[in-house]
Design a protein around this ligand. Sequence first.
Ligand SMILES: Cc1ncc(COP(=O)(O)O)c(C=O)c1O
Length: 417
Amino acid sequence: MSMNNIPQSTTLSNTTAGTSCFDANHIDVTTIEDLEQVGSDKWTRYPGCIGAFIAEMDYGLAPCVAEAIEEATERGALGYIPDPWKKEVARSCAAWQRRYGWEVDPTCIRPVPDVLEAFEVFLREIVRAGNSIVVPTPAYMPFLSVPRLYGVEVLEIPMLCAGAGESSGRNDEWLFDFDAIEQAFANGCHAFVLCNPHNPIGKVLTREEMLRLSDLAAKYDVRIFSDEIHAPFVYQGHTHVPFASINRQTAMQAFTSTSASKSFNIPGTKCAQVILTNPDDLELWMRNAEWSEHQTATIGAIATTAAYDGGAAWFEGVMAYIERNIALVNEQMRTRFAKVRYVEPQGTYIAWLDFSPLGIGDPANYFFKKANVALTDGRECGEVGRGCVRMNFAMPYPLLEECFDRMAAALEADGLL
Ligand SMILES: Cc1ncc(COP(=O)(O)O)c(C=O)c1O
């Protein structure tokens, strides 16, 4: 089957590429009731609460994605994923990587239902039961829980916070603890989770930091799972550098996974990608992980291709909106919440808030009960997360204001602000 079998209406030429179609005014007037009506997990799991716990955005769909899905449903194109769509995903994902200056060969890009499935294949096929993996903490929660399902031990290594000590920490920066990482490698650990940009601390790694990690990995024969799902969410002054793109050494160490699912809010359509720049991994994948490819959704491949090909302008609208939101988070943390320990994120739409200076041991439960705000309990992100919460701020701006008002009111009522 050739590319000609893919209907023209779902390729770039017929999409809304070039016009943003992101309507910030419409987002601004979106209410909690509207969001509950949409029916997402974020807005239905805890009725009456502001949903700030799960990594989804409240900004609807890029028109090019909505059109592609509608057109595919009309055609009834909902069968198992065919090879031409796998190739389209690879082609469009490779084209998207050029945003980061990376010319990657589409033949090493394979579809997978989601990034976590890619992580599971990495654990099962590369790390293997009986071994261990370094996870810098705080971490995206499944990086701590999933390895255990595969008999892999997790070594939590807390991130360092340079400049820590002052209560506000506004100008602090998160850094890897390279000494502890080297110690773990020297003790026989051969795998590392690199989450860049980092959920939940919003760190965007520099090329130098990644090179240092890569050199350590080379010394101890360590493989790197590089999760780049948040790659497009990088604030001014920072740059996303795909780990595998740096040099031949990083390309051989990396097992990269990415997806359009965060940037276009389509995680339920189940189509992520692995980028296998180590030829042995590609061979291994085709031998032992093709089953994962088969589970990838055709509708997700269609949505993903439309997003990568035609969604850049819409995404710019998203990013402008999120930059306004992060400015509000920064301002709130500087003023009303000045006692909360907080480091400004460099990317993602997630903030890590440490309420321990206020003496609140379980802030997620506190704000759930007293403010009707649903946040992620920091302890799910590792032992360092006691007293902390993970907050998703990719919501309508007025709801974010309300979220902070609710939280501040609860703290004020308890004399904690
Ligand atoms: C860093 C990171 N990786 C992976 C995922 C999950 O992605 P997927 O749904 O593709 O498994 C998320 C979702 O929040 C995430 O933040």
